[in-house]
Design a protein around this ligand. Sequence first.
Ligand SMILES: C[S@@+](CC[C@H](N)C(=O)[O-])C[C@H]1O[C@@H](n2cnc3c(N)ncnc32)[C@H](O)[C@@H]1O
Length: 237
Amino acid sequence: MSSGTRTNRVMESKKEDQKKVQQIVRPDDPLSWDNAWKQNITPWDMGGVQPSLKEVMENSRIPFPRSGKVLVPGCGTGYDVFYFASLGLKAMGMDISETAVEAAYKARYKEPQNVFDNSDFVAANFFEYSNIIFPEDRFNLVYDHTFFVAIPPAKRSDWGKEMAALIKPGGYLITVVFPILPQTSTGPPYYVRPEHYDEHLQANFEKIYSKVPTKSSPSHEGLEHVVVWLRKNLSLN
Ligand SMILES: C[S@@+](CC[C@H](N)C(=O)[O-])C[C@H]1O[C@@H](n2cnc3c(N)ncnc32)[C@H](O)[C@@H]1O
């Protein structure tokens, strides 16, 4: 079988699994994500870090912290958490699914010692997280890849408030706008465009970077846009 045929089959099987996810995950019950994880229906799992994240972290000239704390909400298997940990950041992956967190802990054992030591995971609901951490434990950087589109659009305003509560003034939020597909009313993933973030972030964040990456993985080619937000030095708005 040619590699092109193999890639097409993988994409078809992911599309089938995406339909199954929409039947399993209930918009009013975030804990239902665990059922997808338990049934091993995880079409979003691309097996590694997106080149678009590496590009913005390594080539954008934004002075991202190289020490301090980073959070990856809805982290799944945790590839991005391990990447941030490899850069020397204390990286925390959070997922509401206990099964996902177990998978991430298992994956952590295969990582080099420095990555193992710099990474950790927690099973928690993103929308309750700022209530259970101390203000001094807020984050220098948060990375959202396929989390914004995993939550129902009615929760986007709460998503913006929670990001403002979790990120220290002067900290950064990296959002990968993906998948940029034709309009649909179903999800996850829910319909998204770069401007959908603006109304939920602009009170507390300044947009400092907005770019189509020069290099995307095959799954993200032509479907992603990276936006970086700087947390303003204000009390919460
Ligand atoms: C589409 S998957 C993306 C996983 C990972 N970011 C990736 O790209 O491989 C969305 C993830 O968000 C998690 N999730 C959904 N709602 C959540 C919530 N309210 N709090 C924390 N995690 C949540 C799900 O369990 C799932 O693992």
